[in-house]
Design a protein around this ligand. Sequence first.
Ligand SMILES: [Mg+2]
Ligand SMILES: [Zn+2]
Length: 197
Amino acid sequence: MGTDKSFARRAVFLDRDGVINRNVFNPATGEYEAPLTPAGFLFVPGALEALRSIHNAGFLLFLVSNQPNYAKGKSTLEDLSAIHEKLVEGLAVNGIAFASFYYCFHHPNGTGNRYSGACACRKPSPYFLLKAREEFSLDLSRSWMIGDRLTDIECGSRAGAKAIFIACESACSLTGPEPDAVAPDLLAAAGMILAAN
Ligand SMILES: [Mg+2]
Ligand SMILES: [Zn+2]
């Protein structure tokens, strides 16, 4: 399935934190991190506009997000679910449909709950991109991965997709597979995708 490229569809895979919504400064660690509660979930300015333009250009949209904070004992599953609902509401209000939301809740060094331990789906694994290719007959070579971590770039690259690195608030450095492009934010990344389209 999904082998006839003439019918294969294109997708944009999106990391969430630091791309769609802002990372939140955690004074305890001194780092910018995923929000732990719905109140901490705020869309990046221009992100919804960017998603709408990519969607309108005919790309399927997928979220591919590592959310290990329950596995690490830093957040409840209820809060992670409520954060997801806030995302879904914001998308719906703006007429943006995602084909699927893929979350990895695991962490290899968790606190012992059911999401603690090794898994196949945590980025930089390309697991969810390959799963989406099968389920939605995608041409990954004409698809994109956008993220603000090295693991996002490696994930996209391992799946054979093009990758755009968002230069992030946490000043993370890129010392791995080369992205196809670097953008200051999602709106700029969307412009690059549409220009290459
Ligand atoms: Mg991120
Ligand atoms: Zn996982």
